[in-house]
Design a protein around this ligand. Structure first.
Ligand code: NAD
Length: 257
């Protein structure tokens, strides 16, 4: 039977890429899914596609850095779907720039989305999960959260913070039957790479960031959003009930060496 029957999941950054695949996958396994994003047109379309496939889904506009909105989003999950069991904190941005080219404003924006956004998601999900009798929190980090990355220093710092935040959440919530794990994708074929203009000095040369990144993968393969959604499904489901404070690397061997 469906692995998430009767569960309610919240996925941030669910309009595109990995978040969209996670939302669709959790829904296919029986979860009712609340999708949030900044991109309302694509978020609504994604929720519509999930409903057409026969599952329950609803889209809400959300900037994950806005704390007041977090309270409303979690409340909506409980009023519309009755509970909150699964959080996939997926919304994130990557600014590809050398340290010398990066402004403090850019550094802070990246930290705000990738770190503050994850902190707020967890802070607001925990009380609802306690009311549900427990839950599973899944935080999107990166292979860049395990080792450094030239040109992505701020991103790497933000994802390293997510990695240890996840372990701390796991420890702090263990007695509440709330698990928390981090997921570390390698090079996944999404639009995040199109948003990274690269080249000499980190500026807009017409180079393919995906191809350059894929050269660092032993198999030479890019991953798909579904590869990540499969791991997220495992962590969301009771199949992983003894997995807590763990890090799931999905990178085709990129960090094996
Ligand atoms: P993406 O850019 O394709 O999608 C990200 C989504 O998040 C977009 O729909 C965007 O609108 C939304 N978003 C951005 N800022 C937001 C905000 N402030 N509030 C709400 N929504 C916001 O990216 P993706 O590749 O699907 O990445 C998803 C997550 O996976 C990110 O946390 C990213 O850092 C991580 N990740 C991606 C890769 C990869 O290779 N694609 C690798 C490692 C980790």
């Amino acid at each position: 039977g469906p692995q998430l029957h009767g569960k309610v999941a919240l996925v941030t950054g669910a309009a595109a890429g990995i978040g969209a695949a996670c939302a669709a996958t959790l829904a296919r396994e029986g979860a009712k899914v609340l999708l949030t994003d900044l991109d309302d047109a694509r978020g609504e379309a994604m929720a519509g596609r999930i409903r057409e496939a026969g599952s329950e889904a609803h889209y809400l506009h959300q900037d994950v850095t806005d704390e007041a909105r977090w309270a409303e989003v979690v409340k909506e999950a409980e009023t519309r779907f009755g509970r909150l069991d699964v959080l996939v904190a997926n919304a994130g941005i990557a600014i590809l720039k050398s340290i010398l080219d990066m402004s403090l404003e850019e550094w802070r924006r990246q930290m705000a989305v990738n770190v503050d956004g994850v902190f707020l998601s967890v802070k607001h999900a925990i009380p609802a999960m306690k009311r549900a009798g427990g839950g599973s929190i899944i935080l999107l980090s990166s292979v860049a959260g395990i080792r450094g990355s030239a040109g992505l220093a701020g991103y790497s710092a933000s994802k390293g913070a997510v990695r240890l935040f996840a372990k701390s959440v796991a420890l702090e919530c263990a007695r509440d039957n709330i698990r928390c794990n981090s997921v570390h994708p390698g090079i996944i074929d999404t639009e995040i790479w199109d948003k990274m203009p690269i080249g000499p000095g980190g500026r807009n040369a017409p180079l393919d960031a995906r191809a350059i990144a894929a050269a660092s993968v032993p198999t030479g393969k890019l991953g798909t959003p579904q590869d990540i959604a499969n791991g997220v499904l495992y962590l969301a489901s009771d199949q992983s009930s003894y997995v807590n404070g763990s890090e799931l690397i999905i990178d085709s061997g990129q960090t094996a060496g």
